[in-house]
Design a protein around this ligand. Structure first.
Ligand code: AMP
Length: 322
């Protein structure tokens, strides 16, 4: 599509921190952004010229929003599917609905990745209490029970052990949970992969991540892993992004084991907190490449300018870094 045909807005569902950074990257490329967020104080509001402060189930407003936009993207995975279906009728949604559907459900996500021949943690879908017990008996005795949907930043998950299982008062809704074995990983890393409209794939180099209580606290670049391990991680990321038909970016979180074997933990078809280092560390950030791929603009060779450390400042750890 010619740029001249595109004179509306890049629509962004969700006006939080990530949405705001997408909007800033778009502005640098001369593209206006329009945000849709039910929160009247959404951080992106103060950089948007058009802001829909509406609920995600308001189909009339969603259509109005879609009609204002050239294309639509989103800043978080847990968008109600009905909301996306409403806007999809009007405009293309990037990085993609298939990727979003898969990443919204941990069971779908893990089976999709396994079917590509890529390793994930040992896991099982849980229908009742005995499934948990059986899994722990067969595997490592320690595990993490996770909700299949709507879990993020360590929410919707609990660590469990065979020895204290009887003491825990579970109310298990069938098919709402998975259990994973507790992995003793050496490092956590992530790769941000990019796929253009012509199907060309690139990746940023892996970064190394540190979590506390399931929440990302620190990312450092470059990851202290061997060249061989970095290349393996990038190949895994390329395979996953290609198989999801994405146009845009995909963050792939991985565990590196003692022998540098890699297993994939999670994927997110959107900008990711572990990719913020690209803002200062590279000639193009994860946000720049997202907007460029959506508008079919060239993606120059990625140049790495410096080593980086990103601290995720949350209300409670703010004082540690003053
Ligand atoms: P998740 O929401 O699944 O990405 O989990 C958040 C964080 O919890 C991960 O980045 C890891 O630090 C930790 N974690 C999650 N699943 C496992 C697992 N199966 N074994 C060990 N640590 C895990």
């Amino acid at each position: 599509m010619q740029r001249s045909n595109l004179n509306k807005y890049l629509g962004v569902i969700g006006g939080g921190q990530l949405g705001k950074m997408i909007g800033l990257a778009a502005a640098n490329l001369g593209i206006k952004s329009c945000f849709y967020d039910p929160d009247p104080d959404a951080p992106a509001k103060n950089i948007s010229t058009l802001f829909f402060n509406e609920k995600y189930d308001n189909k009339i407003k969603l259509l109005e929003f879609a009609n204002k936009c050239d294309f639509i993207t989103y800043e978080f995975e847990n968008i109600p599917m009905d909301c996306l279906k409403a806007v999809r009728k009007q405009k293309k949604i990037y990085p993609g609905i298939k990727a979003l559907q898969i990443s919204q459900d941990r069971h779908l996500e893990k089976s999709f990745i396994t079917n590509l021949g890529i390793k994930v943690v040992k896991y099982a879908n849980i229908k009742n209490f005995y499934d948990i017990e059986n899994f722990l008996k067969k595997n490592t005795k320690k595990g993490i029970l996770k909700t299949r949907k709507l879990g993020y930043d360590g929410k919707g998950q609990v660590r469990i052990e065979l020895s204290n299982l009887q003491k825990i008062n579970f109310h298990i809704k069938p098919n709402n949970y998975i259990i994973e074995e507790l992995v003793r990983f050496k490092k956590e890393i992530s790769v941000i992969a990019i796929r253009e409209k012509n199907g060309r794939i690139k990746t940023f180099e892996p970064s190394e991540n540190y979590h506390k209580h399931g929440i990302l606290r620190k990312t450092i670049f470059p990851a202290s892993i061997s060249k061989n391990c970095a290349s393996k991680a990038k190949k895994i990321a390329e395979k996953i992004i290609d198989s999801l038909d994405i146009v845009g970016i995909l963050a792939i979180e991985m565990f590196v084991l003692k022998d540098e074997d890699i297993i994939v933990n999670e994927i997110a078809p959107r900008p990711h907190n572990s990719g913020h280092w690209t803002i200062d560390g590279c000639n193009l950030s994860q946000f720049d490449v997202l907007v460029r791929t959506i508008y079919n603009m060239p993606i120059p060779k990625i140049i790495y300018k410096r080593k980086c450390k990103m601290i995720n400042l949350l209300g409670e750890n703010f004082n540690e870094y003053k």
